[in-house]
Structures are given as structure tokens and as C-alpha cells.
Design a protein around this ligand. Structure first.
Ligand code: COA
Length: 328
């Protein structure tokens, strides 16, 4: 069919918040944060900088690399848990900001698994009789807007950023698709481990919800940790076994960048430590942006060659999890 990744991009906000900065805000230490998470610093959006601003900046970079203009797109998907507003969806706001023509635009809310949910969905739409030709898939998060800066158990973990991927169908049956195989799953029974309780229709914003800090991320840390490791390992094994891919064929494993301890536990259970790409120490957990940032860093630094096999895997609120076997 010939559906290929033609471009990648990222937007990392300028402002850096280091562990030393956090020591001045809550009762924590660089030693605690580094030893429990591997994170040294994270980037935060400027006050007026929105999720769609970062998404549009990442999209423009990806379009440039792909040698395309925005009016060539016929599908735009944005994954985010921090949309600019409840509606319209952030994909339509990005569409306007990058100057794309009228086309299909929607958001995916699958938390940290969102970019992989988006790539799986876009591929399905492009490979189906719907025949979309050029898709822009973005993971974009302004997590600083929903982070409780007085809660030391969560505020040290997250950062803001966006990343984008451009897919194009060259309609050449001899070109192998980027999509070798994918796995997507969720289990709503585990949803209360990681959530933002208020702001939806169950608890609309009120003085009480604001006073009770219910517009912020709430997380059961240790439980999330266990579920993350278990589900990501499981998803990778399903793809590796289903496609009969020997470990040595994989060039890179790109796990969602939540925490270095989660990443290394997943890598060691898979026996693929030396193949793991990680940058969590520089960005913290940027949710649906994290895998896209890794892909873009590898792509722009020439560490991905045509034909390379990449295994991306993610986990997030929902609970959602997903893996994608990519032919570069
Ligand atoms: N600085 C210092 N101490 C902290 C702290 C911080 N930033 N945050 C929590 N603590 C304290 C706790 O209050 C607790 O103290 P207590 O024993 O006196 O009650 C102690 O450290 C241990 O907390 P615990 O939660 O058991 O630590 P942990 O080893 O599980 O590490 C996380 C905590 C959050 C780093 C870890 O559970 C984790 O990474 N979970 C997954 C988070 C994640 O990735 N979420 C997103 C998924 S997409």
C-alpha cells in the first residue's frame, strides 16, 4: 500500500524547571526525584502558550521535513488530555493555526498512550476504503495546567511539550507500510488509579472543586508503576510473538517516558536494555508527546535508517496501553 512516515517534529517550550527549582517549591530533593524517577528537569509552557500552539509548532516542523504544505493534509488527529478547551477539539484549532484546508479533524483522549492510539487509528483510516492520503498525528500536552504544584508526589513528574508525525500513502504497492503491527488496549476497571476528577460533567467547575484541588492530576503512584510495567511488557511480547520478530531485529525500543525505573524494568523483562531510547531526564513525563519526541530526536540525529524496526510502547490513564511495531 505504501503508507510511510514522511516527517516528524517536536516543540519543547523554552522554560526549564530543574529539580533544584522544585526543591524551593515543595518538600523534595534532587536526590529523591533522580533516584525514584531519573528526571532531572522538565520544560514548562509560557503562561500564554497553549497546547495548540505547541502542537502547531511541532506540526510545522514535521511538514517541513516531509516536504509538504498544510493544505495537502486530509486528516488531523491530536492526542491530548489538556485540550485548549472542552470544545471545539484541539485538532481544529491546530488546523486553523497551520493553515490546513477543511478536512477530518478530531482529538483522541487516551492519555500517555494517545500518540500510539492516533497512529493506529490513522493507519486504519488510510488503509481502509476511506483512503486518506496524508495524515498529521500530534501528541501535545500542557500538563503544567493540570499539575498540583503543592503536591510533591505528582508535580515532580510532568512536563509540557508536543510532537508530530506525518503519514503519507504513496499508493505504491511495492512500498512496505510503516505499520508492521499494532496492539491497542484499555481497561476502564482500573481508571481510578490515575485521573483528574473535576472539570467534566460529573464535577463541573465550582468553588468547591477548585478549593479541593480536583482540577489536578491524582495518581496512585506505586499501583500505576506496577500496572505500567506489566501492561507494556505484555503489549511488546504480543507483537514480538505475533510477528515472530527476533529481538536482534529491533533497532530501537521506545517506551513512553514516564519514569526511568519503569523504562528499565520493561527493558530488562524484555531482555532489550541496550536497545532502549530514553530522554526522561530532560523532559519528565510529557504524556502523549513523549514517544513522538523520541522518534523525532532519533530521526533528526540520523539514528534511524530506512528499514529499521522500532518497537514503541506506551501506558497511560484509562487505563490505556498500546504498542506499535514500526518499519522505518
Ligand atoms: N520528594 C520526596 N519524597 C516524596 C516525594 C517527593 N517528590 N513524593 C513522594 N514522597 C514520599 C512519599 O510521601 C512517601 O513518604 P512516606 O513513606 O513517609 O509516606 C515516600 O516518598 C515513598 O513514596 P512512594 O510512593 O512509596 O515512592 P515510590 O518509590 O513508589 O515512588 C513514584 C513514587 C511516584 C516515583 C512511583 O510510584 C512512580 O513512578 N509511579 C508511576 C508514576 C507514573 O509514571 N505515572 C504516569 C504513568 S503514565
Amino acid at each position: 500500500m505504501g503508507i510511510r512516515i514522511k516527517g516528524t517534529g517536536r516543540c519543547i517550550p523554552e522554560r526549564i524547571l530543574t529539580n533544584a527549582d522544585l526543591e524551593k517549591m515543595v518538600d523534595t530533593s534532587d536526590e529523591w526525584i533522580t533516584s525514584r524517577t531519573g528526571i532531572k528537569e522538565r520544560h514548562l509552557a509560557a503562561p500564554g502558550e497553549t497546547t495548540s500552539d505547541m502542537a502547531a509548532a511541532a506540526a510545522k516542523q514535521a511538514l517541513e521535513l516531509a516536504g509538504m504544505t498544510a493544505d495537502m493534509l486530509d486528516l488531523i488527529i491530536v492526542s491530548t488530555v489538556t485540550p485548549d478547551m472542552m470544545f471545539p477539539n484541539t485538532a481544529t484549532i491546530v488546523q486553523k493555526k497551520i493553515g490546513a484546508k477543511p478536512c477530518v479533524c478530531f482529538d483522541i483522549e487516551a492519555a500517555c498512550s494517545g500518540l500510539l492510539y492516533g497512529l493506529n487509528t490513522a493507519y486504519g483510516m488510510m488503509a481502509s476504503p476511506l483512503k486518506y492520503q496524508r495524515a498529521l498525528i500530534i501528541g501535545a500536552e500542557k500538563l503544567s495546567a493540570i499539575t498540583d504544584w503543592s503536591d510533591r508526589s505528582t508535580c515532580v513528574l510532568f512536563g509540557d511539550a508536543a510532537a508530530a508525525v506525518i503519514l503519507e500513502n504513496d499508493n505504491d504497492p511495492s512500498t512496505p507500510d510503516f505499520y508492521a503491527d499494532g496492539f491497542v488496549c484499555a481497561d476502564g476497571n482500573l481508571g481510578d488509579v490515575l485521573l483528574m476528577p473535576a472539570g467534566g460533567s460529573v464535577l463541573p467547575a465550582s468553588h468547591e472543586t477548585v478549593e479541593n484541588h480536583q482540577h489536578f492530576i491524582k495518581m496512585g503512584g506505586p499501583k500505576t508503576f506496577q500496572l505500567a510495567v506489566h501492561s507494556m511488557v505484555d503489549a511488546c511480547r504480543i507483537l514480538l510473538e505475533r510477528e515472530a520478530v527476533p529481538r536482534e531485529k529491533i533497532r530501537w525500543v521506545i517506551p513512553h517516558q514516564a519514569n526511568w525505573r519503569i523504562i528499565s524494568a520493561v527493558a530488562s523483562r524484555l531482555g532489550m536494555e541496550e536497545k532502549v531510547y530514553q530522554n526522561v531526564e530532560r523532559y519528565g513525563n510529557t504524556s502523549s508527546a513523549s514517544i513522538g519526541i523520541c522518534l523525532d530526536e532519533l530521526n533528526r540525529s540520523g539514528q534511524l535508517q530506512s528499514g529499521d524496526c522500532v518497537l514503541a510502547v506506551s501506558f497511560g490513564a484509562g487505563l490505556t496501553w498500546s504498542a506499535l511495531l514500526i518499519r522505518w
